[in-house]
Design a protein around this ligand. Structure first.
Ligand code: DAH
Length: 339
């Protein structure tokens, strides 16, 4: 009996079948009621009592082996299945789930695209900066409140190593080693020591613009910004410049656009004024040019800086700033765009 089981184990291990019919024949040969394995089970009652335990175990192993082998061959057929009804070779492959760009990247890329059409190129600067590039070169008086500990993150108690609070710092870097004409955008992340809420965050994004050449005037600035506002928010968008103050520009202004949510009629977003502020700008202060080694008697220029979150809110009406940094795919996958 034991020898017959052993022979059958070997036989079963070498089973081959080319198709389902052959496999079925094998199943019948070994596992059907009158099959070879079942036959051995029938003979089991003739096994001597003291051997029953061992032989019974061998028989069960044999049966499992036969079943496993047949299943294995069957599965190998299924994976090769090329039944014409099931496999349409002309079908396109399973569509890949393509990710979406972050809404802030969409806005940033659109801003870059709009200004690149009028000759602006891109540069980036470091997020960890020194006092000179963030404040000193940009004409911030030593006691200016923006240098206050409350606004600026300093690194390791060293007052000269800090996280930049605005991308204007890249102006001072670029002007120090590049000679005019300069017509550039500086996109990047900035940091301020502010409590996080739906309308403020300790980091956010800006795009800075700088144009330095001979005979650059405020009219050039206004023209460039009007072009930008119409490209970004639609041709009916109007702009308004209000006098303001920044240490690094003189004169300085803040620019509002007619509220693109209510079309200027007044709504909660524009606090019923019809206007929303989107950027700060001005003519680069001659002190800044001189601080960076540019002759202010020969060159002049304009600069502007805008918050990417703010523009994104206007375009997509996102009401809570924190959504931009939480990485919730349910929020992120809603943004589909050419940029
Ligand atoms: N750096 C300013 C800020 O963070 C924004 C700004 C205002 C940038 C006027 C400029 C400018 O280039 O001319 O609030």
């Amino acid at each position: 009996m034991k020898n017959r089981i052993k022979d059958l184990v070997q036989e079963i291990e070498s089973i081959v079948a080319k198709n389902n019919d052959e496999l079925e024949a094998m199943r019948i040969k070994y596992l059907s009621k009158k099959g070879l394995v079942s036959e051995l089970f029938n003979d089991f009652r003739n096994v001597a009592n003291e051997e029953k335990r061992e032989v019974g175990q061998l028989l069960n192993e044999l049966k499992n082996k036969a079943q496993d082998k047949i299943n294995e061959i069957k599965e190998s057929f299924e994976s090769l299945q090329t039944d014409d009804n099931k496999t349409d070779l002309t079908r396109s492959a399973d569509p890949l789930k393509v990710g979406t760009r972050h809404p802030l990247s969409l806005t940033k890329n659109e801003i870059i695209d709009i200004f690149s059409r009028i000759g602006f190129t891109i540069a980036e600067g470091p997020e960890i900066e020194d006092d000179w590039h963030v404040f000193g070169a940009l004409n911030f008086p030593p006691e200016h409140p923006a240098r206050d500990m409350q606004d600026t993150f300093f690194i390791e108690q060293n007052p000269d190593v800090l996280l930049r609070t605005h991308t204007s710092s890249v102006q001072s870097r670029i002007m120090a080693y590049q000679k005019p004409p300069i017509r550039m955008l500086f996109p990047g992340r900035v940091f301020r020591n502010e409590a996080i809420s739906y309308r403020a965050h300790c980091f956010f994004h800006q795009v800075e613009g700088l144009y330095i050449d001979k005979n650059v005037s405020f009219a050039d600035l206004k023209q460039a910004l009007m072009y930008f506002a119409k490209e970004m928010f639609g041709e009916h968008t109007e702009i308004r410049l209000r006098p303001s103050y920044f240490p690094f520009t003189e004169p300085s202004a803040e620019m509002d656009i007619s509220c693109n949510i209510c079309g200027g009629k007044g709504c909660p977003f524009c606090k019923h004024t019809g206007w929303v502020e989107i950027l700060g700008c001005g003519m680069v202060d001659p002190n800044v040019l001189e601080n960076c080694g540019i002759d202010s008697t020969v060159y002049s220029g304009y600069a502007f800086g805008m918050g990417v979150e703010r523009i994104t809110n206007l375009k997509y009406q996102v009401k809570d700033l924190r959504l931009f940094s939480e990485n919730d795919v349910r929020f992120l996958e809603q943004f589909k765009s050419a940029y």
